[in-house]
Design a protein around this ligand. Sequence first.
Ligand SMILES: Nc1ncnc2c1ncn2[C@@H]1O[C@H](COP(=O)(O)OP(=O)(O)O)[C@@H](O)[C@H]1O
Ligand SMILES: [Mg+2]
Length: 399
Amino acid sequence: MNKNIAHLYSIAQKEERVIIGLMSGTSLDGLDVVLCGISGAGTSSTVKVHHFETVQYSTDFKEDVLSVFSKEQVRLERLCLLNGWIGEQHGLMINQCLQKWGVDGSEVDLIASHGQTIYHSPKRLHQLDKFGNATLQIGDGDRIAVTTGIITLSDFRQKHIAFGGEGAPLAVYGDFLLFAHPTENRVLLNIGGIANFTYLPAGCHSDTFICTDIGPGNTIMDAYVRTYFPNQFYDEDGLIARTGNIQLDLLVALKEHDFFKQSFPKTTGPELFNLSYLENSIEMAGVKTINHADILATLNKFTADMIVDAFLKTMTTMEDLVVYASGGGIHNALLMEHLKSSLPKVQFRDFNTLNINPDAKEAVLFAVLANEAIAGNIIKEQCIQGVPQVSMGKISFPY
Ligand SMILES: Nc1ncnc2c1ncn2[C@@H]1O[C@H](COP(=O)(O)OP(=O)(O)O)[C@@H](O)[C@H]1O
Ligand SMILES: [Mg+2]
């Protein structure tokens, strides 16, 4: 037997696997690196987070990625170079974390790499007859495996699309396996560049829950700050927005897009929610002069309102609902105040009570997907939101 396959076989038989999960979302803030122990598989999976760190991207790194990120046109050479280079950089960041944590690479069974999304193109957005849903994450898994010496699973979203999904949100699988509860109606809300949630009614089965993107997140606010505030990448704690006034006409215009009229579940990205979206809304609202703080105040409320709207449209009651929020948006105090005041009956509970750092949550979910691919059962007769439960992720061996 090929030695790599034999090694993988032994990993699949272990009671507990040590897996590094990686997440680099549309916010381009940094690489979330989590090292966890996962025992069992399927609904009996348990996760212990041992180490977590967000390795901040340098300004150069961000600019390199932004040169191809959600752009209609890019230099193909640049894209080709970045694919391998990002994989190698992510590998080096993992090595750096392992050294800092005092963990030897040989103690790690697997890496689960999300990659860097550079374009998300569901059919609902491109509307071209002959093409289906598509999405592209770069940061080649072979480069991570070779740079770290650790078996790497990557590119999870393509299998979801191959089986009819939009490639997102994949949070549904891990959320269901880790957080479904017999007596608590739970909502796992993640506010990254894009906001998404998974609703897990108490005692739920795989056919009773819903997982969907909502809309922005932080993505328009971040793009605005990046453009108009030198050397700033986001509105820290919502402080700029707090000094502004919400422009009601603009708020109404921002909510007008057809995307918000489409039924759930659906997915989206910065290809739709970007500065052009904001400029069109400003034009539609007929706003003549508006200052930066007012724009950020309005965008902040827009994000909160669309989350509230999605909750009200998809859940029958707000009573007995417990929300566990994660993602960088939870650090935007103003955004969280808006959410809580619009949903007075909903209980917001600290994510840490689930024994997972909310900033590490998405990276943990990819570690869970890798665990399923190697040690889980494939139940393709059982669908989650119309997509069979198949294994996701491509396997790269280091040698
Ligand atoms: N202290 C903070 N105040 C306001 N926003 C914050 C703060 N910390 C993080 N964020 C927001 O969270 C984003 C990162 O969120 P993250 O969950 O990592 O998203 P992604 O998965 O898209 O990378 C940042 O770009 C920023 O918009
Ligand atoms: Mg991030």
